[in-house]
Design a protein around this ligand. Structure first.
Ligand code: HAM
Length: 430
């Protein structure tokens, strides 16, 4: 019997692993340059951590968590997101004592039992960033500036940053009352789930994807119009800073987010290069979560990006992920083969960062060219007996489909001309 991977849980195959590594490396460098430090938490946590933080009535908790009992009948859950585990670790190890303002990042798999479709899987990966220990609006603004900067570094340009504020707990409760009153009169037109939400967690109605609920949500009161003076002042400063930094954002009145821990600033990033699952990331403030999970009263703000979705968008932008740093050395005949190995060693030594592949099968030129193509080579060096005797080598640019014959001792110089320093848009091959 042939085994298959579990539905919604995908393998990352060698032909894709290079993009993942490139993205992860770029992420680490970018976040570290803003002072973020990495944190790695376990994949399994006590179920209660997620129920308490994400919220008992949210879709994630009611429908999507992989929860099971271990051999000692303890309820465990595969983490559906990274914020709650980080807050758990922050409290457990008193990380507030290390630094009053701590910037943390993580990269890793998350699990939600949703219906799989393009851009939605059951094991997916997030890049996340969290700032703990400050309620300053400048923390929110810096977080969004960094996020915008990193997405552009990845090569994304068309994304939209949707921004809103939910206000403090009191504001949220006040608004929930108003919204409930407004929706009571339109109850019949709400979907079955939203009728329940109306009773238990009315803000979730604004997040519903049902057409009739979307229609009703269009005319509801605006949460950002109901903020107290402090929360309005906070939101105004976030917006003003983003404007000064020339970060484009769209104020979006019904943006409430699918997790209950948010207060104050919330945001979502969408990209038109994706289909219906167009959110490449989202985040916001969660000023009460540390306290709610039993820790000190410490405010925080953060975001998470979906790596699979970023890669879908990148691949759309670059349908041919032809790469910029693979050189294939094609050789014919024993003498050329030995010379080829020497050239390859020299290239590896003198041009760090490039990948050099040689023919190790003694194939025909045709099969070597095919192999070069399969390895996404940007440059092929061709060395046969004639070239060898003339002290030359053929250099072929596989993207431009042009070739030239050059003196062998100028190979490094010529390759440098073809293999540019990789611009951010380019991704590394496997
Ligand atoms: P979230 O909106 O639930 O927020 O997820 C963030 C991102 O993870 C989404 O925008 C999407 O790109 C990706 N994602 C979520 N579910 C899936 C899925 N089933 N398949 C593929 N990608 C998915 C959070 O998780 C919060 N912890 C973000 C945060 C951090 N807020 C504050 N700090």
């Amino acid at each position: 019997m042939k085994h298959k991977s579990i539905r919604g849980m995908e393998d990352i195959l060698p032909q894709d692993a290079g993009i993942w590594r490139w993205l992860e490396d770029a992420t680490r460098k970018n976040l570290q340059s803003y002072g973020y430090k990495e944190i790695r938490t376990p994949i399994l946590e006590d179920t209660a951590i997620f129920v308490r933080s994400i919220g008992e009535t949210t879709d994630i908790v009611t429908k999507e968590m992989y929860t099971f009992k271990d051999r000692k009948s303890r309820s465990l859950t595969l983490r559906p997101e990274g914020t709650a585990p980080i807050v758990r670790a922050y409290i457990e190890y008193s990380l507030d004592k290390i630094s009053p303002q701590l910037k943390l990042y993580y990269i890793g798999p998350m699990f939600r039992s949703e219906k799989p479709q393009k851009g939605r899987s059951r094991q997916f990966h997030q890049i996340g960033a969290e700032i703990l220990g400050t309620d300053s609006p400048y923390a929110d603004a810096e977080l969004i500036v960094q996020l915008d900067n990193m997405l552009k570094l990845f090569g994304l340009r068309e994304f939209t940053i949707k921004l809103n504020s939910l206000g403090c707990k009191k504001d949220k409760d006040n608004f929930a009352g108003k919204l409930k009153k407004y929706l009571e009169g339109k109850k019949n037109r709400l979907c079955k789930d939203c009728k329940e939400r109306l009773k238990k967690n009315v803000l979730r109605v604004l997040d519903c994807k049902n057409d009739s609920c979307i229609e009703i949500a269009r005319n509801t009161p605006n949460i950002a119009d109901n903020l107290c003076t402090t929360c309005k002042g906070h939101f105004d400063k976030v917006k003003a800073t983003l404007k000064t930094m020339k970060i484009n954002f769209v104020e979006t009145k019904n943006l409430v987010r699918g997790l209950d821990y948010y207060t104050g600033t919330v945001f979502e990033i969408t990209d038109p290069l994706l289909g219906s699952q167009d959110a490449i990331g989202a985040g916001g403030r969660y000023d009460n979560l540390v306290k709610d999970l039993g820790g000190p009263d410490i405010p925080a703000v953060g975001y998470a990006l979906g790596i699979e979705r970023i890669i879908i968008a990148l691949k759309k932008k670059m349908p041919t992920l032809k790469t910029v740093n693979v050189v294939y050395v094609a050789t014919l005949g024993d003498a050329a083969k030995i010379h080829g190995i020497q050239i390859a060693e020299k290239l590896r030594k003198e041009l760090p960062g490039i990948i050099v592949i040689t023919d190790i099968k003694e194939g025909s030129l045709k099969s070597q060219m095919r192999n070069a193509d399969k390895n996404n080579a940007k440059i092929v060096l061709i060395l046969g007996e004639n070239e060898l005797n003339a002290g030359k080598v053929i250099i072929r640019d596989m993207i431009k489909k042009e070739q030239d014959i050059i003196p062998r001792d100028s190979v490094i110089k010529e390759i440098k001309k073809h293999i540019e320093i990789r611009p951010p848009e380019e991704v590394e091959p496997q």
